[in-house]
Design a protein around this ligand. Structure first.
Ligand code: SF4
Length: 370
């Protein structure tokens, strides 16, 4: 079993407020595999499948015996644990991609050094419509052009490397991660970061032949997920994606439009402007043992308001701020069954005031416009 603070996986579930949690890395799965995932969540878990901000898949509400059965069901479906080396959900399928990252990612997975800290993560970003700029990582490779990759450690950019040296250079950097020498190299580095680009938006239609949808606040009822997978063409592929989204790949525009209509009828988010996309909410209480307030209940009620204040509204069950680590226009942090309100900061900042859940909608309605 995974201790608190480490990363759960299929082999090592993690205890949370409502039992054990299993996490699986993202993959490109047939509708039949997604049906098996939904069935496993329904039979063994709490009937909800979550997609995380990094695009991993989570099932909660398991017990020791059901966690094993659930993991077995997922492994039988072809889902396996793997080192956390992330590529974009459209990798190898997007013509606007600068370079295909999959070969480099596979080589890093194959050579993954032993003894790395459990939370070590790598991003191999080939660019394109769904680049990974918003996804944090200890080590990052970003395609600069067809033959060269920029390598970053934390917020420092090291030397640019040719494609054939990208995986060996990344593995060498991983082996030295956390050492004094690695910190010195990063501190001395003066390489410029790759060019900035517009934020990636996974929801909606993508020219690469993909449709992005999402459950409210990243949570999909297992039955809704099953109905959606059932509605997807049998030869399509589904992939959880960063931004708590679910992509369906291999569609033509007519299939995309028809599936989008069905997804909307199932209550899924299909429009980037849906107010539920502006509210980040962790599972909170009672799903998470650290949660001090019912976050998703509040999120659902705020999403019904006719108008929300501009910017991201982050509702966090505690000061850890799992759902949105960066600053948000408004952060509501669970505290003694109510919420502390932080303006323009993060969940661990000192709140300006405390509010009872019933008073929050009124406070947001009167929020001053900038
Ligand atoms: S932020 Fe939310 S999910 Fe994270 S530990 Fe706190 S209550 Fe749990």
């Amino acid at each position: 079993m995974t201790p608190r603070g480490a990363c759960p996986s299929l082999a090592a579930p993690m205890p949370t407020g409502d039992g054990l949690l299993l996490r699986a890395p993202p993959g490109w799965w047939s509708p039949a595999v997604v049906l098996a995932i939904a069935d496993a969540a329904d039979r063994f878990g709490n009937g909800v499948v979550e997609i995380t901000a990094r695009g991993s898949l989570q099932i909660r509400g398991l017990r020791a015996e059901t966690a094993e059965a659930c993991a077995d069901a997922l492994v039988t479906g072809g889902i396996v644990d793997a080192p956390p080396v992330l590529v974009g959900p459209l990798a190898g399928r997007d013509r606007s991609e600068i370079a295909d990252p999959r070969g480099i990612a596979a080589a890093i997975v194959e050579g993954w050094p032993e003894g790395l800290a459990a939370k070590t993560s790598v991003v191999v970003d080939g660019g394109g419509a769904l680049h990974l700029d918003a996804v944090g990582a200890d080590l990052r490779l970003v395609a600069v052009d067809a033959s060269n990759w920029a390598m970053g450690l934390g917020d420092k950019w090291l030397a640019r490397v040719p494609v054939e040296e990208a995986a060996p250079a990344a593995l060498a950097a991983l082996r030295h991660l956390g050492t004094r020498r690695a910190r010195e190299v990063a501190t001395e580095s003066t390489n410029p970061p790759p060019a900035s680009r517009a934020p990636a938006e996974p929801i909606g239609w993508h020219a690469a032949g993909a449709l992005g949808v999402a459950g409210a606040f990243g949570a999909l009822e297992a039955r809704t997920l099953a109905a959606f997978a059932d509605a997807a063409p049998p030869d399509s592929l589904l992939r959880p994606a960063p931004g708590r989204a679910l992509l369906v790949l291999g569609l033509n525009p007519a299939q995309g439009a028809a599936l989008r209509e069905k997804a909307a009828a199932f209550g899924l988010v299909t429009d980037p402007a849906d107010p539920r996309r502006r509210i980040a909410a962790c599972p909170g209480s009672p799903a998470c043992a650290s949660g001090e307030a019912a976050t998703r209940e509040l999120a659902a009620s705020l999403a019904m308001l006719a108008e929300l204040p501009p910017g991201i509204i982050h509702i966090s069950g505690c000061a850890k701020g799992c759902a949105h680590p960066g600053p948000a226009a408004i952060t509501l942090v669970g505290c003694d069954g109510g919420f502390g309100l932080v303006r323009g900061g993060v969940a661990r900042d000192h709140p300006a005031c405390h509010l009872a859940p019933r008073d929050i909608a009124a406070a947001l309605k009167e929020w001053p416009t900038p």
